[in-house]
Design a protein around this ligand. Structure first.
Ligand SMILES: NC(=O)c1ccc[n+]([C@@H]2O[C@H](COP(=O)([O-])OP(=O)(O)OC[C@H]3O[C@@H](n4cnc5c(N)ncnc54)[C@H](OP(=O)(O)O)[C@@H]3O)[C@@H](O)[C@H]2O)c1
Length: 276
């Protein structure tokens, strides 16, 4: 399966379709991850907070896929914000993953009540300089929170992973990213938290193309140049989510899908929502 790609601001390539690993734990989780890699995924998303980095590393080894071909993403947990803690956090992530470096490192949430996001960002930039992290980015940062990182360091994150699906199209943050060379990555791209799969509009588009609602949601984001990371424990769904080449959406479909927008204020708000 050939996966479409996009590029970071530095010109290096990233698959537009990656694999989410939240909830895939232990030996069974390692099997799920090995299956995803054998299916053809070359971008994995984990986090210290998921407690599954060892399973991701084990899945990578079990898959037989060359680790050099896989972009592994991990994230600094809320409790690891700050200069020294973030460095220790990433080094611990590498140990659990069993990797000498990681493809993408993100700050998981800005957690403004601690006021340590800028220090954490400086540490990720240092780790990138040292080659322990290939690409440095963030997750769940609002435009003004991204601006604060840039004001302090002169560096934009390379990628911002945000909640995004046809139920939450996030046009404004996506435009902000685009203007500054920041890639947008979608978590929860299937919109299950928002009841998206049950919506008449997306079911209508899926039926028209003989596709599944998951494929329509993913195609819609990929067509916007947004990197998606759907999670599935089932090999058939893993294949389905990666195999979007036959699904082509037209203007009429996009108009129908636009009716599903629940509004920017329905996305989790990182001025208040914090995770540790
Ligand atoms: N940065 C953050 O704060 C943040 C927050 C949340 C998630 N994430 C990341 O984003 C990844 C994806 O988000 P998510 O797991 O919340 O949501 P998601 O990938 O949008 O949805 C996953 C759910 O959809 C089901 N599913 C997957 N493919 C399907 C298909 N083809 N047909 C029907 N159902 C399907 C899965 O069930 P089965 O497994 O049973 O197939 C699972 O219940 C996570 O795994 C994690 O890596 C990041």
């Amino acid at each position: 399966m050939t996966t479409p790609t996009t590029t970071f601001a530095d010109g290096s390539s990233i698959p537009l379709i990656g694999f989410g690993t939240g909830g895939s734990q232990g030996p069974a989780g390692a099997d799920v991850i090995a299956s995803a890699l054998r299916t053809g995924y070359r971008l994995l998303d984990t986090a210290a907070q998921y407690g599954n980095e060892a399973a991701v590393g084990e899945g990578l080894r079990r898959s037989g896929v060359d680790p050099a071909e896989v972009l592994v993403t991990t994230k600094v947990a809320g409790g690891d914000h700050g200069r020294r803690a973030a460095r220790t956090g990433i080094l611990e992530s590498l140990r659990r993953l069993g990797l000498p470096s990681v493809g993408i490192a993100l700050i998981h949430w800005p957690n403004p009540s601690r006021g340590l996001a800028i220090d954490t960002w400086r540490t990720l930039l240092e780790l990138r300089e040292e080659g322990l992290v290939a690409h440095a980015g963030v997750s769940n940062f609002r435009p003004e929170q991204l601006q604060e990182l840039h004001d302090a360091t002169g560096q934009w994150p390379e990628i911002n992973q945000i909640q995004l699906s046809p139920a939450l199209p996030r046009q404004e943050p996506d435009a902000f990213h685009r203007e500054r060379g920041i890639l947008t990555q979608a978590w929860g791209p299937l919109g299950t938290r928002d009841g998206l799969p049950e919506q008449f509009a997306i079911r209508t588009v899926a039926a028209k193309h003989g596709a599944t609602v998951a494929q329509v949601a993913l195609r819609w984001a990929v067509d916007r140049g947004i990197v998606v990371i759907p999670k599935s424990s089932h090999p058939d769904r893993q294949r389905q989510n990666l195999g979007l080449s036959a699904v082509r959406l037209d203007e009429e479909d996009r108009t129908l899908l636009a009716s599903l927008d629940r509004g920017e204020d329905k996305a989790w708000d990182s001025r208040e929502h914090e995770e540790w």
